[in-house]
Design a protein around this ligand. Structure first.
Ligand SMILES: Nc1ncnc2c1ncn2[C@@H]1O[C@H](COP(=O)(O)OP(=O)(O)OP(=O)(O)O)[C@@H](O)[C@H]1O
Length: 586
């Protein structure tokens, strides 16, 4: 209930229409309760007196009441449909925006399926709650109250017999609701896991097919689907028990009240019209009571969805644009940056206790305009170190200075204008080549795009695409080769003329010929900017002025490629795996 109560800010902008719709629905529902009273008037009046005109009049009133009731329900739906769709859209937008602002560490921890299901099925359930469950719980509540008053007004003793099961019914419903809420939560978590499995299967379809892994995946998927099936059955059983109770107890009390009423009519203590009205009101209330059970189940489901929604929204996102304490960094493109790593330490939040930190005091200075290659054994922490520069993770010790300013003191927007990154795994979005590249710079134009594509040696293949740079690259850029994707990611990194370029093994997917062309173009870019380049191969190292060796969480050697080859056995061993290309460091 607390989580559902927290939906208020989303509903506030449309509360006028929503609040108007509820009393309208109450009026419509109460109009239906008037019908038995008209019936009573007809039976005790025109029918028993044999007045045909009165019967026709009564029939006309009944018809009018029915039409007005239906009309009001139509207006209610029209009033709420659009604003509630807007509420769902705004919740989805808030969630999406928050997910993108949450730190990478959060996304490392959460599976994508759990997040996707929160943005889809959970929000659908919350929409259902706001559109149906919430208004009709109010409507049903008022209708039941009015109905009870009318029942008691017909004959209070019969009314009391009919209402006798209310308290035990409430207690049983509350007991079942608690169990239903647990099952609803479990079903949603399991659906989230199933979404992750489906997503992984679809995205990894090439691996699945080439390794003939589909049978094992299908089995795992079926097992999981059966798990959800079991949980849904448990939910259905609870709902069935709830529905049975809601049907059985009121029916039993209605039967008792009817027998009592019939005896009273036979004794002449009660008019037939009153008994008929009593029966009609009770029958009118029956679906209201029955639907209240389903509405409560819907609400319980929605409460679970709201819990899950706020679970993500409550994760603290770093403040986006806190005012900078210092603002010494010049604007992008004006000069190369001076970068200093000062005793930088980093431990992943989910690292097992006792395991040493990945980075344990990295100190390194990269002078303005200098290119430093970061070399180290696999798993030594190279990608981790370069991810700290654009603040994808925050150091757990030490600091990184950009022109003497701690990067944490710069606004993120400012930092992103100064620093550009190309990751080893090039991520492309399902949009055009141009949009993929230009997302690397806010104000870049067609000229910048052409220059960046040229630097990355991507202009040739981009021109050959059906619509050139306006060609859509498909989901994750899967319509392109690995090398093509990597070149577009490189173009994205250089398009904004960053003052610091961070390249995480940017040439790994290129053939030797393209690598040589990209290197030649990169050399021109690197001569005007500061760069930190993760390198595995001598050919990439050859782009750098100096090489830094990362080992045991620290920089253990710095020098030119040739110097380190002579003086550092670990470096020589790392490089010996590759044939020398005669490039050497510049
Ligand atoms: N999200 C994460 N959570 C926990 N540990 C991680 C995470 N990412 C990486 N690690 C661990 O941190 C260590 C360094 O990983 P990193 O990717 O930085 O190495 P690397 O030097 O770039 O490796 P490679 O050369 O193979 O790309 C590894 O032991 C890895 O298992």
């Amino acid at each position: 209930m607390r989580s559902l109560w927290r939906l208020r800010p989303y509903v506030r902008p449309v509360r006028g229409r929503v609040f108007l719709a509820v009393p309208l629905a109450v009026v419509a529902s109460c109009l239906a309760l008037l019908m038995p009273l008209v019936l009573k008037w007809m039976v005790d009046g025109p029918v028993s007196d044999g007045h045909a005109a009165g019967v026709w009049l009564g029939g006309g009133v009944l018809l009018l009441l029915g039409v007005v009731e239906a009309g009001i329900f139509g207006v209610r739906r029209w009033l709420t449909a659009r604003p509630l769709a807007a509420v769902e859209a705004s919740m989805r937008e808030t969630l999406h925006d928050h997910l993108l602002r949450l730190p990478v560490a959060f996304h490392d921890r959460w599976s994508s399926g759990q997040l996707v299901s929160r943005g889809t099925a959970d929000l659908g359930s919350l929409h259902g709650f706001l559109a149906v469950a919430l208004p009709f719980l109010v409507v049903n509540g008022v209708t039941l109250l009015v109905g009870c008053v009318l029942l008691l007004a017909q004959r209070w003793s019969l009314g009391l017999v009919l209402l006798a099961p209310v308290l035990p019914l409430l207690a049983l419903c509350s007991f079942l609701e608690t169990r239903f809420a647990l099952a609803a939560r479990q079903a949603r978590e399991q659906t989230g896991e199933l979404t992750t499995m489906a997503r992984e299967s679809v995205l990894g379809v090439r691996v699945v097919k080439s390794f003939g892994h589909h049978r094992a995946l299908t089995r795992a998927f079926r097992r999981h689907a059966l798990l959800i099936h079991g949980t849904e059955l448990a939910k259905a059983r609870l709902l069935a028990a709830l529905s049975a109770l809601v049907a059985l107890l009121p029916n039993a009390s209605l039967g008792a009240a009817l027998v009592l009423g019939a005896v009273r009519v036979a004794d002449g203590e009660l008019s037939a019209g009153t008994l008929l009205a009593f029966l009609a009101i009770a029958l009118e209330l029956r679906p209201v009571v029955a639907s209240t059970g389903s509405l409560l189940a819907l609400s319980s489901d929605a409460a679970t969805a709201a819990d899950r929604h706020f679970e993500v929204l409550d994760e603290p996102a770093p403040a986006d644009d806190a005012p900078a304490r210092h603002r010494t960094a010049p604007t992008a493109g004006t000069s190369a940056a001076d970068v200093v790593f000062e005793g930088v330490e980093f431990r992943y939040p989910d690292a097992p206790p006792g395991e040493p930190a990945v980075l344990r005091g990295v100190s390194l200075r990269i002078a303005p305009g200098e290119t430093v290659a970061l070399v180290g054994a696999t798993g030594s922490g190279k990608s981790t170190l370069v991810a700290l520069v654009p603040r994808l993770h925050e150091p757990t010790g030490g600091r990184i200075l950009l022109d003497g300013t701690d990067v944490t003191a710069l606004t993120r927007a400012e930092l992103r204008r100064q620093v550009s990154v190309a990751f080893e795994e090039p991520t492309l979005f399902s949009t055009t080549v141009a949009e993929n590249v230009l997302l690397g710079a806010e104000h870049a134009d067609a000229e910048d795009l052409a220059r960046a594509l040229g630097v990355a040696q991507a202009d040739g293949f981009v021109q050959a695409l059906p619509d050139g740079a306006l060609t859509h690259v498909g989901e994750q850029g899967m319509s392109l080769s690995g090398g093509q994707r990597q070149r577009l990611a490189l173009a994205r990194a250089v398009v904004g003329r960053p003052r610091l370029l961070v390249l995480d093994d940017p040439l790994s997917a290129l053939d030797i010929h393209t690598e040589a062309l990209v290197e030649a173009a990169l050399r021109r870019v690197l001569s005007t900017t500061t760069a930190l380049v993760v390198a595995h191969r001598p050919s990439t190292v050859s782009l750098a002025d100096r090489v830094a060796l990362l080992s045991g969480g620290r920089i253990t050697a710095v020098g030119t490629h040739d110097e380190l080859l002579r003086t550092c056995a670990e470096y020589a061993a790392l490089m010996s795996a590759f044939p020398t290309d005669g490039g050497g460091a510049r």
